[in-house]
Design a binder for this molecule. Structure first.
Ligand code: SF4
Ligand code: SF4
Length: 288
């Protein structure tokens, strides 16, 4: 049975992380203590908000992600796409950061709703896992080669992966691809899967994802929606992000219930055109 962490390790990291921040010696941002406290009673609900008013298209996030994970050549876990609106000469370019949406999903497997990438995984829900909340409460759930954690993260366990690629086909966004540098755990003749994990290794230690940490414009805002005092909850209320999912999330017609929201006052998301013929091109970052 796997757990997300051990209490001792978490406590040690929380204390040492707070001390470093207090000393002002580390540039890495920690999740706010208030958020962590409010999330204690239950699992957090991690969401990311992309503020399109702030994104400058610098791609520091893409580079930070590549560095954090040693993402293989040709694959990306986060990209910055663009939409051009208006008519020449009165045109405008808006840059749109993207990553796996860590979708809620609408299909139930056991007690959880899961997104299509999890639903199709032949290795789900084969194993048993335990999620430990910040106050140490244990939540039991089912895992697999691709699975959903109680805090909403959609994760991978390469040890159980057969490399069948069904999850790549099932994701409507093209957010997954094969990692051509790594073999699938259960079938070494196939490739492993690569996609954004929301920097789960950092998150479990109270540290924000690398893309959020590096975004100088503050266009990526990450936090716990279950905490009414968090920045993400405040923005969600202000911009009615949950009520207007058809305008604040990517490809709402796919009905996957994304946990990545956009602040998009000019409605440019509606002009975003997906590459339906080659959806994997959606997660190749080509600078024009
Ligand atoms: S964006 Fe795709 S890979 Fe990510 S959770 Fe949604 S369906 Fe799965
Ligand atoms: S490639 Fe791996 S994670 Fe994806 S569906 Fe197949 S077994 Fe599951």
């Amino acid at each position: 049975m796997s757990t997300n962490r051990t209490d001792d390790r978490r406590e040690m990291l929380r204390v040492s992380g707070a001390a470093v921040v207090a000393a002002g010696l580390m540039s890495t941002s920690l999740l706010q203590p208030k958020e962590a406290g409010a999330a204690r009673a239950k699992a957090p609900h991690w969401v990311m908000i992309m503020d399109l008013r702030r994104c400058m298209g610098c791609r520091a996030c893409t580079v930070a992600c590549k560095a954090e994970y040693d993402v293989p050549l040709g694959a990306f876990k986060t990209v910055v796409k663009q939409v051009v609106t208006g008519k020449y000469p009165d045109t405008r370019r808006t840059t749109i950061p993207r990553r796996c949406n860590h979708c809620e999903g609408t299909e139930k497997v056991g007690k959880m709703t899961v997104p299509p990438c999890v639903k199709v995984c032949p290795e789900y829900p084969k194993d048993r896992r335990v999620f430990i909340t910040p106050e140490g409460k244990k939540i039991r759930y089912r895992g697999g080669a691709t699975y959903k954690r109680p805090d909403g993260l959609i994760l991978l366990d390469n040890d159980s992966c057969t490399g069948c690629g069904k999850c790549i086909d099932a994701c409507p966004y093209g957010a997954r691809t094969f990692n051509k540098r790594k073999a699938a755990g259960k079938d070494k003749s196939k490739h492993a899967i690569v996609k954004c994990t929301s920097c789960v290794h950092r998150l479990d230690e109270g540290v924000t994802p690398a893309c959020v940490n590096t975004c100088a414009a503050g266009a990526r805002i990450f936090g716990d929606l279950n905490d009414p005092d968090s920045e993400v909850a405040r923005l969600a209320r202000e911009f009615k992000l949950l009520e207007n999912r058809d305008k604040t999330t990517m490809k709402p017609e796919a009905k996957t219930m994304p946990n990545i929201f956009y602040i998009d006052p000019d409605g440019v998301l509606a002009d975003y055109s997906f590459d339906e013929k080659d959806k994997l091109a959606e997660y190749r970052d080509i600078v024009e």
